[in-house]
Design a binder for this molecule. Structure first.
Ligand code: 5AD
Ligand code: SF4
Length: 450
């Protein structure tokens, strides 16, 4: 890193395009930090860039096709400006077959590296420039590899991601993540606490702790305590900040974690708890290792301890072998739990996963039909749940101007619901009380208290 600081990028502009989850966004903030240290100016329009880096996702085919298509569009930029550097990194190219596709079918891509090589980015860029040769660094996901102390270029000062662990050990049968992100590796408690202290000192209002399964934080560290202890420790840091975390696996979310959440005002009362399916046979085939009953009992405990809690979930429709009756069990769970919001996905076959080889794949039209029915059931629940807030006054963290209506500001409630309201730019980054006046399926409208 040191030898390339401020040299490679002087007078040049770089643009990082990110696909996928919050972990990828956090990774891109580190890539942006490294680019800044190398002297690049970070910009958001690829047309003016001297370097474009695409940070890809592999969770569903759709995300991969989008990344490939956008990379394809960069060819004409390179034709117009041959000195333009194009790089691809992240989960998609950590798969051997996709790295091969880039290598052979996208000859104008100058460098490629997988998720375990993120910290080597400056070196890879240096080699690309000095060796006059494409750097295609595909290799299996490194294990036990955490690089601390990388620079970070964060988006905005209100909210920050903080990765507490990397990788996943769960091997849900549909999921590619354990193959592209490697085994679970927890960051050391003191490193996390130091980063949290730094963020709070900088004035960050809200920190979201990230991990594929935060509930197994510390399992690989031995003696340092679990996720609930870590949350408790972060809450003890002085300052007026709030904490969120994601994602939790229902098989590992403990009563202790819920108790810590209930006892700490600094932890926002929102729980994202991916259900995936509401049918016990499907859950077993997915290797999820919990049942409808144990899930319902966890939700019951959460609501007993925190009646105001917002619960959201992920649902996959059309997992191989899912029958109509099994799908209806998922609808039944939506009606029983009454989630505040769901993130729903059509099952996507992923290379190398056990579900890819299951014989009874569901036809596309059935998957699409179930997806539409799922949304319909949830939309009614979402609007009813949002409606419960109308007439109430709730605290909201103001994030910025609304993307759809710049005349308005937007903020988020404790339950992570989007609220639009009219107000002054000076409110951005502050926490204010809003009187909720109107509810829609995916957002709320509010007014400042007079
Ligand atoms: N197909 C569809 N959705 C998937 N997810 C993970 N793998 C797949 C797949 N192969 C969904 C899960 C997970 C979310 C991040 O993405 O619901 O919780
Ligand atoms: Fe994928 Fe399951 Fe790990 Fe989540 S817990 S990343 S769904 S394997």
């Amino acid at each position: 890193m040191r030898r390339v600081r401020g040299i490679i990028g002087e007078g040049k502009k770089a643009c990082v395009q990110t696909f996928g989850c919050q972990q990828n966004e956090a990774d891109s903030e580190r890539l942006g930090g490294m680019l800044s240290e190398m002297g690049f100016e970070i910009i958001y329009d690829v047309k003016d860039a001297d370097l474009i880096l695409v940070n890809t996702c592999a969770v569903r085919e759709h995300a991969e096709l989008k990344a490939l298509s956008i990379t394809g569009q960069f060819k004409h930029l390179k034709d117009a400006k041959p000195s333009l550097l194009i790089g691809i990194c992240g989960c998609m190219v950590t798969q051997e077959h996709r790295a091969g596709t880039i290598k052979h079918s996208y000859p104008y891509v100058d460098f490629l590296f997988g998720t375990s090589m993120l910290y080597k980015f400056p070196e890879i860029l240096w080699d690309t420039l000095t060796k006059d040769k494409r750097q295609i660094l595909w290799e299996d996901t490194g294990e036990g590899n955490i690089a601390e102390g990388l620079p970070v270029k964060r988006e905005g000062g209100v909210k920050a991601w903080l990765s507490i662990m990397y990788g996943c050990n769960n091997f849900c049968t549909y999921c590619v993540v354990p193959y592209v992100r490697g085994r679970e590796r927890s960051r050391r408690r003191e490193d996390i606490l130091a980063e949290a202290r730094g963020l709070i000192a900088e004035g960050v209002q809200e920190i979201t702790l990230l991990g594929q399964n935060v509930n197994s934080y510390g399992n690989d560290l031995g003696t340092e305590g679990d996720f609930a202890d870590l949350l408790d420790d972060i809450c003890r840091i002085d300052g007026d900040f709030r904490l969120r975390f994601m994602t939790s696996h229902p098989k590992d979310a403990s009563r202790k974690l819920i108790d810590v959440m209930a006892a700490n005002d600094k932890i926002e009362k929102h729980f994202h708890l991916p259900l995936q399916s509401g049918d016990d046979r499907v859950l077993k085939a997915m290797n999820r290792r919990y049942t409808r009953e144990s899930y319902l009992s966890l939700v019951g405990y959460m609501r007993e301890k925190m009646p105001e809690i917002a619960i959201t979930t992920d649902i996959i429709v059309g997992f191989p072998g899912e029958t109509e009756e099994e799908f209806e069990n998922t609808l039944d769970m939506l009606r029983r739990v009454r989630f505040d919001n769901i993130y729903s996905f059509i099952y996507s076959k992923r290379r190398g996963t056990p579900a890819e080889k299951m014989s009874d794949q569901i036809p596309d039209w059935v998957k699409k039909d179930r997806f539409a029915r799922l949304l319909k059931v949830q939309d009614e629940i979402s609007i009813a749940k949002n409606g419960e807030l109308v007439g109430k006054t709730v605290p909201v963290l103001v994030e910025g101007r609304s993307k759809t209506d710049p005349a308005r500001l937007t903020g988020r409630t404790a339950g992570n619901k989007l609220v639009h309201f009219t107000g002054d730019d000076a409110l951005i980054g502050t926490r204010i009380d809003l009187h909720i006046t109107q509810a829609e399926t995916h957002s709320l409208f509010g007014e400042r208290e007079k």
